[in-house]
Design a protein. Structure first.
Length: 248
């Protein structure tokens, strides 16, 4: 997935300004920056939740800029949100099955039991296993810990069979143990997906990312490898905390 001079205006405010970047299969591309830098708006543009004011979004070389969110999802782009977006009264499995149902080639028959769709059920079970929630399918989503709820959201995304994962602060609000589990999960998912990650946990970012893009005031300040970003004086001054960034 790639962007070319992607821009979004809100009235007189430019939230994203001429951003060009790419996410490749088998890699994690992390986008970092201070609050208000335009990171979440960028994710919304890539997923189709917001239309761009200018620029292009391509998936596998195909221009998807003007497509609505549901079509972009169907083409293989999955996303998570800053705030956990799951059905709390439903079981873990039911949440995941609903996501898998979205990939049926035709509408479900209303008088047919959902449990009779064997391929959908298998896809849901596989996604739960991939997200580290095997054996938790019968638990109500509301009873999960915060970290497990974030895992469930990723499992629901995996059940749609995405090629690209757009993950908006998946470690937000987690303690050290839950964060470590999420980092290991993302490390496993990298092998079969292109991952674009927005995250404030710098330890996680530098341990996971193959490429880092630093945004400030809606624009790209710098892109490069973790070592290049650590060494960048401009990044240190703008975001990572001066000389302390070298030890991040």
């Amino acid at each position: 997935m790639s962007t070319e001079r992607l821009t979004r205006h809100f009235g007189g405010l430019t939230a994203v300004r001429e951003v060009s970047l790419a996410a490749y299969m088998g890699q994690v591309h992390a986008v970092i920056g201070p609050n208000g830098a335009g990171k979440s708006t960028l994710i919304n543009l890539l997923s189709g939740d917001l239309p761009p004011s200018a620029g292009r979004v391509r998936l596998g070389g195909v221009d998807i800029t003007s497509l609505p969110a549901h079509r972009i999802s169907q083409l293989g782009v999955g996303r998570s949100y800053q705030k956990t977006n799951i059905f709390l009264p439903f079981s873990v499995f039911e949440n995941c099955r609903l996501a898998a149902q979205s990939r049926l080639p035709s509408a479900m028959r209303l008088l047919k039991r959902a449990s009779s769709y064997h391929e959908v059920n298998a896809a849901a079970e596989a996604a739960l296993a991939d997200a580290g929630l095997q054996g938790r399918g019968g638990v109500a989503a509301a009873a999960l810990s915060h970290g497990e709820q974030r895992q469930l959201e990723i499992a629901m995304t995996l059940a749609t069979r995405p090629r690209v994962l757009l993950l908006d602060e998946p470690l937000a609000g987690m303690g050290a143990e839950e964060s470590a589990r999420m980092v290991e999960l993302l490390r496993r998912l990298r092998d079969k997906h292109a991952i674009l990650l927005v995250e404030h946990d710098m330890d996680a970012v530098f341990s996971l990312a193959d490429t880092l893009t630093v945004m400030v005031d809606g624009s790209v300040l710098e892109s490069g490898t973790p070592d290049q970003i650590r060494a960048s004086h401009a990044v240190q001054m703008a975001y990572l905390g001066g000389g302390e960034a070298a030890h991040a």
